[in-house]
Write a protein that binds this ligand. Structure first.
Ligand code: SME
Length: 152
């Protein structure tokens, strides 16, 4: 398995490439899914700030019914409202949680912010309890910060 530093380097190469932003997001999902075995669903949601909605973007993992999530609803919607990373060790202990798959045990959502406005987020589910550590948060926050300028 690659180190987090190597994964960060590969992620930044994808982000700085000439590809479309959609392609970059899909390649990032694919990279993270392949390199980190505790990432069991990896995807992006993109924000419609005016209507306070999140729309499902590129992802790797099982199809989800939750293609549109209102701000404030679930882990994703709460991260969109607070503009802060939301790390959940045990999703079953959360009352404001939207379940996509009964196997999911923990989740991390990192918002993508440009000039104080939420543009979207990366959302990772794990089938392991408390799967996400500080190194995951730092990696995902680096990715979201680097990706933000490319999102229109
Ligand atoms: N669990 C999320 C919903 C999105 S799925 O994980 C893909 C939530 O509570 O917002």
């Amino acid at each position: 398995m690659s180190s987090y530093l190597e994964i960060e380097k590969l992620s930044l190469e994808i982000i700085c490439s000439e590809k479309s932003v959609n392609n970059k997001m899909l390649l990032l999902c694919s990279l993270l899914d392949k390199k980190l075995s505790h990432y069991n669903w990896t995807g992006f949601y993109l924000a419609d700030v005016e209507n306070k909605l999140l729309h499902l973007g590129p992802y790797i993992g099982e199809a989800t019914d939750h293609t549109i999530i209102p701000f404030g609803k679930g882990i994703c919607g709460q991260a969109a409202e607070t503009n802060k990373t939301f790390l959940v060790d045990d999703v079953n202990a959360e009352s404001n949680y939207i379940s996509c798959n009964i196997n999911v045990k923990s989740e991390i959502v990192v918002p993508i912010i440009k000039e104080g406005v939420v543009l979207g987020q990366i959302d990772i589910d794990s089938n392991t309890i408390a799967a996400f550590k500080e190194q995951d948060q730092l990696l995902l926050e680096t990715i979201c910060k680097a990706l933000a300028p490319y999102i229109i």
